[in-house]
Design a protein around this ligand. Sequence first.
Ligand code: PRP
Length: 213
Amino acid sequence: MDKIKIAIAKGRTAEQSIELLAQIGIEFSTYSKNSRKLIFTDKKEQMEMILVKATDVPVYVEKGAADVGIVGKDVLLEEQADVFEVLNLNFGLCRMCVCGKKDFELSINRKLKVASKYPKTAKKYFDKRGISSEVIKLNGSVELAPILGLADVIVDIVESGKTLKENNLEVLAEISDISTRLIINKVSLKTKSAIIKELISNLQNITQKGDSI
Ligand code: PRP
């Protein structure tokens, strides 16, 4: 059978993604959290796993460098890749939110300054509501922006709420629920149909609440 390549987002969901694959018999026993290795082959030699930056997962899958990928819906909303999003894996649960200082009034009469790692998602949200906005793209620690006056608010993911709390910020509005998704390269779904369909079905069985999209 063909070997398939899976792109996994490095970072907070990597361990859970690898654990999920182990539950369906795909074990990457040579993987260790502290290793700098980026490519792993599973025990049965059916799958190759590549570890990439979360925002690059849809790029690898769209271009066919990986057949499938596991990545957060936050990244998919922002990147708009031409891939099939087939399964909600129901982990990495968090919310995309507008956050800022307590009682900040979103309906101000001037242009709203927004800082975000998700500039397209942020712009779209405010445009839809007729709120004029200037979005500043940041790459991390976005909570600093309203504190230092770089922006009025941020658009970011909130998981436990700890980062907001420790920086005296709060959720001002919710944009959408986020979870991790399985994405598939459009050509691979045809050329490696049997093995990919088996993977989808096995993952669907263990994620239970998973809906086929
Ligand atoms: C994410 C996000 C928030 C934080 C939310 O950042 O951008 O800052 O996690 O999680 P919490 O609600 O559980 O506190 P990440 O940890 O990925 O780091 P970054 O700021 O460097 O992007």
